[in-house]
Design a protein around this ligand. Sequence first.
Ligand code: CDT
Length: 316
Amino acid sequence: MTRMVTIGAAQTGPIQRSDTRAEVVERLIALLRQGAAAGCDLVVFPELTLTTFFPRWFVEDRAEFDHFFETEMPGPETQPLFDEAVRLQVGFHLGYAELTPDGHHYNTAILVEPTGQIVARYRKVHLPGHEAHEPWRAFQHLERYYFEAGPSFDVHRAFGGLMGMAICNDRRWPETYRVLGLQGCEMALIGYNTPTHYAPDPSQDRLQGFHNHLVLQSGAYQNGMWVVGVAKAGHEEGSDLLGGSAIVAPSGEIMAECQTTGDELVVAECDLDLCANYKETLFDFDRYRRPEVYRRITEQTGVEIPAHLRDPKETS
Ligand code: CDT
């Protein structure tokens, strides 16, 4: 059997601070139209698509940055994207900064059906970077200052299958894919903004592209799911953001990959029934998993060296 869904990975180039929402939405609409022309059912946009990656700056009063957040979705500036999706009968996935009516700040993504209905909303679980201003860095990564962590990874019936979402740093954690996989997830949609410079350990800078594909591909293979990783890329406000957006099959193979660091759409026809090839054989969870052996994964956060192996010179 085949269950085909045609996916467009709609990478964007940089969004500068001076770019208006209207200008950004125009670019997204252009990508959506390309997707529709290529037969896409779903076009996937990146993390924090509507603005520059503002956690690179510190402001004493966080409320000064509330203008980077959406208080409604759709709002007046994003409504044209929803209207065009309905007109074209194409769904989309969009990452943005969300400010809720009761004052909570999240790094959020939504999944929108071709009817324009929001079918799912995901709030980023793993917030990377730091909580306080660190002036020694060339630029900040203050997601832990501007956002609250989201509560869960969920799956949703949409586009003919079971869809999941994760955001950027989530993709580096095997738990993300496994928690989705344990709910039968057939396709994970993951937007990202990844600076190519990692201040705590610059030896990782040259490996950013490798690590990106490594985690997307292993997450796909080990859970028998499609993974769609989509970047906001290019030189943004003095910081270089990684490209390499990719659509990965349950085999772990990359089926489509962006070649630039600008606005670029790549398309793959994805057979959701391919997931079963892996979910029902090598990764038949029900048959082979041993959760009783994995208790540390949920009972422990950091490393705990067993007491009998601890260095006696180290105190407690
Ligand atoms: N946006 C995001 O989550 N970026 C992180 C950067 C990690 S370095 C602080 C990522 O994992 O790509």
